[in-house]
Write a protein that binds this ligand. Structure first.
Ligand SMILES: *Cc1c(COP(=O)(O)O)cnc(C)c1O
Length: 463
């Protein structure tokens, strides 16, 4: 009999996070300040607590997970590794499909992993309140959950289009004591300015980030800090517990190696969390295909420019070396709100440049078709973001069938879609559009960042 759920005992939970930054053969380029010079830690001090800034810049390969953080994570971690035998059978594939189930966290996605860590380090530092942005509401929910347990106030700027598509997310955040408002809002200078210029804008993560940072830095007491749910090195770090658990669980399942690792990618954190420990294997000689999947409506990895760019719309963040569509890019209002971000994590971007991973883009209609196949075989209803990983997994499983190869595929089931049913309703009614961006729209947005400092494309050529 094939085991469909592979559990790891609490005793065997990973006790350290893995920092890919220590092993990339060509390191990530340093973030730059407004003067074009690399930033110093204290320049980030207005926004983040110093203990997280240290993690952001750390060159250590392994970083201890504080016991108090593990105590909170035990509520749902170690998360199960599951085998999608019902999908395998439906597809008639010889491939073995495993997935890490991050949907079992209280807020419904992987985001709680870093939310707990960030809230805890902020509390240690003396922070009283965290501000943040959220796309589909997953991150805002996760941070509200974590802040409540750890004793911090939490204020969430939620991208307008998602705020309207997923009204119950606000109630979820409120249940944990978080305060959620739609962005752009009239509570910040940048929000008011954008509302005046574009009163009907669907909003973007870039705009919401600007608003949240503005609120944090305008608190003169220094008690308010900002928290980011993806993109930054320390967020990737906190998520590696996913891949580290998965490795142990694959071993328990008797798998000696994995052939393909897949994750959907918005800012890159759930994908990085699952894949980085396997990227380490690849650096050390293993043959693994590693695939981040983005929406074709927001194709920064497959059509963006590798460049220095801002992380937010207003240009308040340092310049990061990453694949980007331009910080002013406002993606079409696809339902996978968590993937509507203009840039890709610098660590993931550098690994792509090195050839350690190969990105793909999928259209939302194909992704919903895959989500429906998943629901009708495996049973669960996935987040629209997660459906991108599933679409790619199905393609890979079909390819394995055509090639007659018994491949082992691992993907990240980043979250459930029980708060995202409006998208399913639209899809089932045939009302969901494909979006393919015109090359002109892309060019226009990318053109705007061409005057920013150039990011050198460094690769060893080994992969
Ligand atoms: C936020 C989110 C994503 C995308 O964010 P990453 O940082 O790229 O992981 C993917 N899936 C779900 C369920 C999310 O909530």
């Amino acid at each position: 009999m094939i085991e469909k759920k592979i559990f790891l005992s609490e005793r065997d939970i990973p006790k350290q996070w893995y920092n890919l930054g220590a092993d990339l053969p060509t390191p990530v380029l340093p973030p730059l300040g407004p003067d074009g010079n690399p930033i110093t830690p204290d320049m980030l001090g207005a926004v983040f607590p110093m203990n997280l800034i240290e993690q952001e810049m750390s060159a250590e390969r392994w970083i201890d997970i504080p016991e108090e953080i593990l105590e909170i994570l035990y509520r749902w971690r170690p998360a199960p590794l599951r085998r999608a035998v019902y999908l395998e059978k439906y597809l008639g594939t010889p491939a073995k499909i495993y997935y890490k189930d991050e949907s079992v966290s209280p807020a419904g996605s992987h985001k709680t992993n870093t939310a707990v860590a960030q809230a805890w380090y902020n509390k240690q530092f003396g922070t009283k309140k965290l501000t943040t942005e959220t796309g589909a509401g997953q991150w805002g929910s996760a941070l509200s959950f974590a802040c409540n347990l750890i004793g911090l106030e939490c204020k969430v700027y939620m991208v307008r289009v998602s705020f309207d598509q997923k009204p119950l997310r606000k109630a979820m955040m409120a249940t944990w004591g978080g305060k959620c408002i739609a962005s752009p809002s009239d509570e910040t200078k940048i929000g008011r300015k954008i509302l005046k210029e574009m009163p009907d804008t669907p909003g973007s993560l870039g705009i919401a980030i600007s608003e949240a940072i503005e609120e944090a830095v305008s608190d003169q007491t220094g008690n308010t800090k900002y928290s980011l749910g993806s993109v930054l090195n320390h967020v990737m770090l906190h998520q590696t517990i996913i891949g580290l658990e998965a490795k142990k669980q694959l071993e328990i399942a008797g798998e000696k190696k994995v052939d393909v690792v897949i994750g959907c990618a918005g800012g890159g954190s759930n994908f990085a969390g699952l894949s980085f420990p396997f990227v380490n294997d690849k650096i050390n000689g293993a043959k693994i295909e590693i695939i981040p999947v983005e929406p074709s409506a927001c194709p920064k990895m497959t059509k963006g420019l590798f460049s220095y760019d801002f992380g937010d719309c207003a240009g308040m963040t340092p310049l990061l070396a990453m694949y980007s569509l331009g910080h002013g890019f406002i993606p079409p209002p696809i339902h996978a709100g968590g993937l509507r971000y203009h840039g890709m994590a610098p660590l993931v971007s550098q690994a792509i440049l090195e050839g350690l991973m190969k990105p793909r883009a999928y259209d939302q209609v194909k992704c919903y078709e895959s989500a429906i196949i998943w629901a009708k075989t495996e049973g669960t209803i996935c987040a629209p973001e997660t459906s991108h990983a599933i679409a790619c997994t199905i393609d890979e499983a079909i390819k394995a069938k055509e090639e007659g190869k018994e491949k082992t595929i691992l993907f990240n089931y980043s979250g459930h879609g029980l708060m995202d049913l409006l998208g399913y309703e639209k899809f089932l009614a045939g009302e969901l559009q494909s979006y393919s961006l015109s090359d002109e729209d892309l060019k226009e947005s990318i053109e705007k960042i061409k005057d920013l400092p150039k990011a050198e494309e460094r690769r060893t050529g080994k992969w």
